[in-house]
Design a protein. Structure first.
Lengths: 206, 258
C-alpha cells in the first residue's frame, strides 16, 4: 500500500472573516505575508517529515481562495524535489486548460523530475468552475484546450531522443456541470490508455 | 517615395505607370528588390504599391495590430481613390492580406493574383504549412527563400542606414502582424468560397517557405482560380523572374476565360 500526504497549504487565518464563501472574492487585506510565510514553512516542514517517515507527498493548486494558498503546484514541488530524498512527489495537478502555454508545463514537470532524480508523478486537472475567473480563460472550450494541452505535453516529453522525464501520468478530471464525476471522454481515455483517472466528487451548491 | 493618407493613416507609397489600376501588396521583406518587377508592370498598369503600416517609412497607428486592420485600410484606399476593376496582387504576407480583403468585399476588385501567398492553414494541428522564418538559421532561410540566393539577396553590409532601418521595421512589423497564429488566420479557409473573382495563383517552383502543394491546395480552395508555376524561382518569383511573373499577370488579365 502507498500512503500519500496531501495539503492545500490553506491560509486559514482568513477563514473566520470570510463568511459563507472562502472563494473568488478574497480581499488582499486579509492576508498577512508574515503569517503566510510561517504557514508555508510549516507545510514544507511537514513534508520534510513525510520524507523521513516514507510518506509520499501530493500537492495541488487553486486560485483566489483561502482554502488553498498553493498558487502553482510546481512551486512547492520544486522545493521538495531538492529537500526530499526518498518519497514520490505527486503534482495533482496542473490545470492545463487554464495555462496559456502547455509546453511550459512540460518544462516545469520535466525540471522537477530531473532534480528529484525521477520521483515526480505528473497529474493534470481540469479545474473547478471558480478557477475560470482568476485565469480569465474561456469556459466554453475549456475541454478542447485541456486535451490539446495534454497531447502537446506528452508529445513534448516523448519527442527528441526519448522520454525527457521518467514520470508516469495521472489524469484527474472534474466536471463543469456540478454533477461531476468526469466527462465521458475522460473515462474513455482512462479505459484506452491504462492511465489512472481520478474523478472526485464535485461539491454541489447548497 | 510618395505618401498617401488613408483614413488618417499616412503611408509611404510607390507608384509607376498610368494604365488601369494595379494594387500591389508586398510581403514581409525585400520590398527594395521589386523595382524591376514594378517597371514591367508599369508598361500596362498604374502600379500602386503602398508600404503597410509599420513597414518601411509608414507609420503604424497604435490600434493596428492585426491583418484585419490592414485589410480594412486597403479597402478604404480603394474607396478613397474611387478605383474600379482593380487588379489586386499580393505576395507572401501580402497575399494573405489580399485574401482578407477579398473575403470581405470584391466590389472594386476585378482580378486577384496571389504570389506564394500565406494566410491559410491546410495541414493538421501538428503539421507545419509555413516555414518558421524566425527559427531558421539565416543561410537556410535564404536558401528556402530564393532559387539563387547569391544573386537575389541584397548585401546587407552594403546598405545605408535608412535602408537598413527600413528592413528592420519590415521585420518587426511582420512579426507583429504574423507571429501568432503564425502567418495565417485559422478562420480564413472557411470563407475562401467568397473569393469568386478570377484568380491567378503564381508559385515559385523552388519555394521553401510555402511549398508548391500548399499553393495547389490554395488554388483548389478558391472558386475561380488557376495555377501557374514559375521555374528557377523561390518564395519571391517576382524578384527572381520579374519578366515571367509580369508576363503571366498580363496573360491572365487579357484572358476572357480562365
Amino acid at each position: 500500500m502507498k500512503v500519500w500526504h496531501f495539503s492545500e497549504m490553506a491560509y486559514h487565518p482568513a477563514w473566520p472573516q470570510l463568511g459563507e464563501s472562502y472563494r473568488v472574492i478574497i480581499p488582499s487585506r486579509l492576508y498577512d505575508p508574515k503569517i503566510g510565510a510561517d504557514l508555508y514553512h510549516r507545510y514544507l516542514d511537514e513534508w520534510a517529515l513525510c520524507d523521513e517517515l516514507g510518506i509520499n507527498i501530493m500537492t495541488n493548486e487553486h486560485h483566489a481562495t483561502a482554502t488553498c494558498a498553493d498558487s502553482v503546484c510546481t512551486i512547492p514541488m520544486a522545493i521538495l524535489a531538492r529537500e526530499t530524498k526518498k518519497v514520490r512527489l505527486l503534482a495533482l495537478g496542473m490545470p492545463i486548460g487554464n495555462r496559456n502555454d502547455p509546453i511550459r508545463v512540460a518544462e516545469e514537470y520535466a525540471t522537477i523530475d530531473v532534480i528529484s532524480r525521477g520521483r515526480l508523478e505528473m497529474g493534470f486537472v481540469k479545474g473547478v468552475p471558480f478557477e475560470i475567473a482568476p485565469a480569465n480563460t474561456n469556459p466554453a472550450d475549456l475541454m478542447e484546450r485541456f486535451w490539446e494541452a495534454h497531447d502537446l505535453i506528452l508529445k513534448a516529453m516523448m519527442s527528441h531522443d526519448g522520454p525527457i522525464g521518467r514520470a508516469r501520468i495521472s489524469i484527474i478530471a472534474r466536471s463543469m456541470s456540478g454533477r461531476g464525476h468526469g466527462s465521458s471522454r475522460t473515462h474513455q481515455f482512462g479505459c484506452r490508455s491504462a492511465v489512472p483517472v481520478a474523478p472526485p466528487r464535485q461539491p454541489r451548491a447548497a | 517615395m510618395e505618401r498617401i493618407n488613408i483614413a488618417g493613416v499616412s503611408l509611404e507609397m510607390l507608384t509607376a505607370g498610368d494604365g488601369p489600376p494595379l494594387l500591389f501588396l508586398h510581403g514581409g521583406d525585400y520590398f527594395a528588390q521589386h523595382r524591376d518587377f514594378f517597371g514591367k508592370l508599369a508598361r500596362r498598369w498604374r502600379v500602386i504599391a503602398p508600404r503597410h503600416p509599420g513597414f518601411g517609412g509608414s507609420a503604424r497607428p497604435a490600434g493596428f495590430r492585426t491583418i484585419h486592420d490592414l485589410a480594412y485600410l486597403y479597402l478604404d484606399l480603394l474607396d478613397g481613390q474611387d478605383l474600379q476593376d482593380v487588379v489586386l496582387v499580393g505576395s507572401s504576407f501580402g497575399g494573405w492580406l489580399a485574401l482578407e480583403m477579398c473575403v470581405r468585399c470584391l466590389e472594386r476588385i476585378g482580378r486577384l493574383v496571389l504570389i506564394d501567398s500565406l494566410g491559410v492553414k491546410f495541414g493538421g494541428r501538428e503539421e507545419r504549412d509555413i516555414a518558421d522564418v524566425y527559427a531558421l538559421p539565416s543561410a537556410e532561410l535564404l536558401g528556402r527563400t530564393f532559387f539563387d540566393p547569391a544573386s537575389a539577396a541584397p548585401d546587407l553590409a552594403a546598405l545605408d542606414d535608412d535602408e537598413a532601418k527600413s528592413i528592420a521595421r519590415d521585420r518587426a512589423a511582420t512579426a507583429l502582424y504574423g507571429w501568432r497564429p503564425y502567418m495565417h488566420n485559422p478562420a480564413l479557409r472557411q470563407w475562401l468560397h467568397r473569393v469568386h473573382a478570377a484568380t491567378l495563383v503564381i508559385w515559385g517552383e523552388s519555394d521553401g517557405i510555402v511549398e508548391r502543394n500548399y499553393g495547389e491546395r490554395l488554388c483548389r480552395s478558391l472558386p475561380n482560380a488557376r495555377f501557374e508555376l514559375i521555374g528557377q524561382a523561390g518564395h519571391y518569383p517576382q524578384i527572381e523572374r520579374p519578366d515571367d511573373v509580369a508576363d503571366a499577370i498580363e496573360r491572365f488579365a487579357r484572358a476572357e476565360v480562365l
